[in-house]
Design a protein around this ligand. Structure first.
Ligand code: NDP
Length: 244
């Protein structure tokens, strides 16, 4: 990945940060998007730079087309290319369907699904010109299995899979691959919000006998983002310790 330019949305924390570091280790320069946590984003950038690459941060909501244009323009102005896009930014607003507000449904679809759509639209124009691109979209095991209390989130993550498979077919002839990752239960701020009883119950159902780490997901993302994955497209790779 030496000399490649990678955009990672939601790169300030958790899985996004681990992906940034893994791509930096491979030699890619980073454009790190985040929603509001500037300090965490700068920390990620510093960790990437420690690997000997360049890294810049861009604040903004990925569900706004303007943000996506700014992120891509920053990559072009700073590094001259866009080779890798990792659509990682994501949120949860869990509740049972009967109690779920329209706002909570829309907010999750907006960030997790519309955000990825807008970023792919903005970045793929340049990838088409280059006749090279690697897009990795973060879905979830929940998008495959469903999960009580996550109708909005599961719908968004199932949507990511449909979007990934469709766009993969549209751009395969241009040297652009589009794949999805379906992580299982990963130790981040997102899962730290869950009640302890729920964490124990889910952990007990993981054949690998442990929760995943952001590094587990980052290793899979780095493969899909590499030149070596040229003939892999439209796929969903589960990184879940055998959970699903
Ligand atoms: P975290 O909650 O730890 O981090 C979320 C990241 O997304 C932060 O960097 C946050 O920025 C950013 N973000 C949130 N909303 C927006 C937005 N509208 N625009 C731009 N950036 C935004 O999440 P995880 O690391 O746990 O999850 C990362 C991805 O992996 C998500 O898509 C999630 O759905 C998926 N996933 C996670 C699993 C898990 O078990 N943790 C399992 C399966 C999938 P800021 O720091 O500024 O708030």
């Amino acid at each position: 990945m030496k000399g490649r330019t990678a955009i990672v949305t939601g790169g300030s924390r958790g899985i996004g940060r681990a992906i940034c570091i893994e791509l930096a280790k491979g030699g890619a320069n980073l454009v790190i998007n985040f929603a509001g946590n500037q300090q965490a984003a700068e920390e990620t950038a510093a960790l990437c730079k420690a690997q000997g690459v360049s890294a810049v941060t861009v604040q903004g909501d990925v569900a706004e087309a303007k943000t996506c244009e700014t992120v891509v323009n920053t990559a072009l102005e700073t590094f001259g290319r866009v080779d890798i896009l990792v659509n990682n930014a994501g949120v949860t607003r869990d509740n049972l369907l009967m109690r779920m507000s329209e706002e909570d449904f829309d907010a999750v679809i907006r960030t997790n699904l519309r955000g990825g759509f807008l970023m792919m639209k903005a970045a793929s124009r340049q990838m088409m010109k280059q006749r090279y691109g690697r897009i990795v979209n973060l879905s979830s095991v929940v998008g495959l299995s469903g999960n009580a209390g996550q109708v909005n989130y599961a719908a968004s993550k199932a949507g990511v899979i449909g979007m990934t498979k469709s766009f993969a077919k549209e751009v395969a002839s241009r040297g652009i691959t589009v794949n999805a990752l379906a992580p299982g239960f990963i130790e981040t701020d997102m899962t730290a919000k869950m009640p302890e009883a729920a964490v124990s119950a889910v952990s007990a159902s993981i054949p690998a006998g442990r929760m995943g780490t952001p590094k587990d997901v980052a290793a899979a993302a780095a493969f899909l983002a590499s030149e070596k994955a040229a003939y892999v497209t439209g796929q969903v790779l589960a990184v879940d310790g055998g959970m699903y």
